[in-house]
Design a protein around this ligand. Structure first.
Ligand code: MG
Length: 258
């Protein structure tokens, strides 16, 4: 069932989203060589708890419940990497951090990818195209348009740059639950799928690869990697569909956008 959120619920989601954006602002200086992914996770968790929120991801059921507040995924890891004290960031890597925060019963969910030190130009392009894919999709997130209009815009943005679009994972509704209906794929056909209505709240999250779109899961039961071992980037924001265009929850005003 797809829920339409009230103005009050949307205000709470703005609050949850602001906390997620604040996590990105605070961890950014730590996205450098020598920092462990567990250190980044603990900074994020402390900030979420100090804000009166709860980390949305901690305890999400799986083969083992997800053990951390953030998913931190390095290079060929697409999403759902588990923070660890022995995973130390290294020059030349690209690293995505996915963060969820729940406050007053509602979630915000977003992800960013950072270069660590100096990285190959093709990786910087991958990061910026992944972000551009989000904005291309968001532009189509108007009441009256269809889910497929968003999906097709994301896919075309990635493929015209020669990158792969992960198909087995997708964006989703977000709100009272971290993952709600509908699914929001990053590939599809414009003019198809469910019609968007004002008050729907969604997380759009392009996962874009330097190679092919096939993925597989690691033995830890969580980490998703590209099958061909090529790097992947992830960019996500939670937003509301309104009659006057989308409202992005998980960004602060000063954040760069494509
Ligand atoms: Mg998400």
């Amino acid at each position: 069932m797809i829920t339409i959120k009230s103005a009050e619920e949307i205000e709470i989601m703005k609050e949850a989203g602001w906390i997620v954006a604040e996590v990105f602002r605070v961890i950014e200086p730590y996205m450098i060589p020598g920092v462990s992914t567990a250190q980044i996770d603990s900074i994020a968790e402390e900030l979420i708890l100090d804000s009166g929120a709860i980390p949305s991801f901690k305890g999400v059921p799986g083969v083992v419940p997800f053990p951390a507040a953030t998913c931190i995924s390095i290079d060929d890891e697409v999403v759902h990497g588990i923070p660890r004290s022995d995973r130390i960031l290294k020059e030349g890597q690209i690293v995505s951090v996915d963060v969820g925060a729940k406050i007053h019963g509602m979630h915000g969910d977003a992800a960013r990818t950072w270069p660590i030190g100096t990285v190959k130009p093709e990786l910087l392009e991958l990061i910026s195209v992944t972000e551009a894919c989000f904005w291309a999709g968001l532009k189509m997130a108007k009441a009256g348009n269809r889910i497929g209009d968003i999906s097709a815009a994301v896919q075309s943005c990635a493929e015209k740059s020669g990158f792969g679009v992960v198909r087995d994972l997708c964006g989703h509704g977000v709100g009272h639950e971290l993952h709600e209906e509908p699914n929001l794929p990053n590939f599809g056909k414009s003019g198809y799928g469910m019609r968007l209505k004002a008050g729907m709240t969604l997380a759009l999250e392009p996962m874009i690869t330097l190679g092919d779109y096939h993925i597989r899961q690691m033995n830890d039961g969580w980490t998703i990697v590209t099958s061909d071992g090529k790097p992947a980037a992830h960019y996500e924001n939670s937003f509301a569909v309104t009659d006057d265009g989308p409202i992005v929850f998980t960004m602060q005003d000063n954040e760069h956008s494509v």
